[in-house]
Design a protein around this ligand. Structure first.
Ligand code: ZN
Length: 77
């Protein structure tokens, strides 16, 4: 009785069984990729460090003029 799960990395169906040492991944590579992605902070895009640049521009501009729009404060949250 084999349970099949989707590999979190590539999405392929793989057996979730003791015969698959990489479960729930389909292979060693997918497991490493997933771990590497975490270590590489690829997933931290969720925490929006990439979009932070835009916010910083707005914030710096606001500080320069001494005005901080309510919008900016809401976005910071
Ligand atoms: Zn995979």
């Amino acid at each position: 009785m084999a349970i099949k799960v989707k590999c979190p990395t590539c999405g392929r169906l793989t057996e979730y069984s003791p015969e698959n040492p990489w479960r729930p991944f389909c292979c060693e590579r997918c497991k490493i990729i997933d771990l590497g992605a975490w270590a590489d902070e690829t997933y931290s895009i969720k925490g929006k460090p990439v979009e932070a640049d835009d916010d910083i521009d707005i914030t710096e501009d606001s500080l320069a003029t001494g005005e901080i729009p309510d919008k900016t404060i809401l976005n910071e949250k």
